[in-house]
Design a protein around this ligand. Structure first.
Ligand code: FES
Length: 105
């Protein structure tokens, strides 16, 4: 349903190769735009210890945690390398006009 989608940013707020942190209700979400222009949204809190992934580095489809360099695939939320072992949640994201929306189940 349309009301499930929450506007989180303007398209101009997140450039290619950039990640920003946004709030959706009580969730902290990392909104990523990869170099090909695709948008992805995953949980912003690392599953290893407490760190915000939006403070890390986005390279291609991989988001590196700023604390211990664990990496997640922003397309799936998959944990890619130690010390992270647990995936982060992945959320649906869409653009309408100049607005970006995320849907949290
Ligand atoms: S807190 Fe993210 S890798 Fe340790």
């Amino acid at each position: 349903m349309a009301e499930d989608w929450v506007r989180v940013a303007s398209a101009a707020d997140v450039a290619k190769g950039q990640v920003i942190g946004v709030r959706v209700g009580d969730r902290d979400v990392a909104l990523c735009r990869t170099r090909d222009g695709a948008l992805h949204a995953i949980d912003n809190i690392c599953t290893h210890e407490y760190a915000r992934l939006s403070d890390g580095w986005l390279e291609d489809d991989e988001l590196e945690c700023p604390l211990h360099a664990g990496k997640f695939d922003v397309r799936t939320g998959e944990a890619l390398c130690p010390p992270v072992e647990t995936n982060v949640d992945r959320f649906e994201v869409k653009t309408e006009g100049r607005d970006i929306f995320v849907r949290i189940p």
